[in-house]
Design a protein around this ligand. Structure first.
Ligand code: FPP
Length: 254
């Protein structure tokens, strides 16, 4: 029997909820092709999925939701598509931020904001400033983000701080590196979801996902098809995993 949202919600709530969920929202283009629509219609539909995943995350009490919205490699796409994605971002922020703010959501951006077009930069800053004091769900939008660039910047900053004697080489730990990444003060993701059946990480949170549980949807589930029910199913899959962090399973089945 097909489980309803309420059934799935009850199952998810009966076990520990992931603190931090990261998502690679893949397949907007293929969704559009399947429906014989232009690619941008797929991205637009993707925003609808995004809204429902944000509100479900809030409802579940997830603390951090990190979304891969635009990578440093996405600039290679046709100019029209890049412009359309930036416009969608601006539209999304203009329309949704007030409501997100009312729901105590905090918006944060990972990546190089300075490299975004001016309108996007302005809206992103406005959204971050407005929601800065909120303590509900923190939505991290990765924009003009690439993990290797993030690590490179961290290395440069660490070297700079060593040279200026702010820290010594011996003081550098794995935690120090975490604190120089864009995700400083954010715990590593518990789970990473990628839709549309691609088994790649695509330069997303490479340092942070060392022990993250990876969940890949079927290839026919494109991002716009990722309903709140599919989301709950993915969390149930995560909750069924045993996380050993390189140690031994401490469960009673051993
Ligand atoms: C991947 O689909 C998706 C993206 C590159 C962008 C994701 C963007 C959104 C969901 C909407 C805009 C974002 C915000 C924050 C408002 P694809 O184009 O790579 O799909 P394909 O692999 O099927 O071509």
């Amino acid at each position: 029997m097909i489980k309803t949202y309420d059934d799935l919600y009850t199952i998810v709530k009966s076990k520990p909820i992931p603190v931090h969920v990261a998502i690679i929202m893949d397949g907007n283009g293929r969704w559009a092709k399947k429906h014989k629509l232009p690619r941008i219609a797929g991205h637009r539909q993707g925003v609808e999925a995004l809204r429902s995943i944000i509100s479900t995350s809030s409802e579940l009490g997830i603390k951090y939701l990190t979304l891969y919205a635009f990578s440093t490699e996405n600039w290679k796409r046709p100019k029209d598509e890049v412009n359309a994605l930036m416009s969608l971002l601006v539209e999304f922020l203009r329309k949704e931020v007030a409501e997100l703010h009312r729901n105590n959501v905090r918006i944060h951006v990972l990546g190089d904001i300075e490299g975004l077009p001016e309108a996007a930069r302005t809206e992103v800053r406005r959204a971050m400033d407005l929601t800065n004091g909120n303590c509900g769900l923190q939505v991290n939008i990765a924009l003009n983000y690439g993990s290797r660039a993030e690590i490179l910047n961290a290395v440069k900053s660490i070297v700079h701080d060593v040279q200026s004697k702010r820290i010594s080489i011996d003081e550098i730990t794995e935690q120090t590196i975490s604190q120089y990444l864009d995700t400083r003060d954010i715990p590593d993701p518990d789970m990473l979801i990628r839709t549309s059946g691609e088994f790649r990480i695509s330069n997303f949170l490479l340092y942070q996902i060392a022990y993250t549980e990876l969940v890949f949807t079927d290839k026919n589930i494109y991002w716009p098809d990722f309903t709140r029910e599919r989301y709950l199913e993915a969390i149930i899959e995560y909750q069924g995993r045993v996380r050993r962090y390189g140690g031994l399973d401490t469960g009673e089945d051993d």
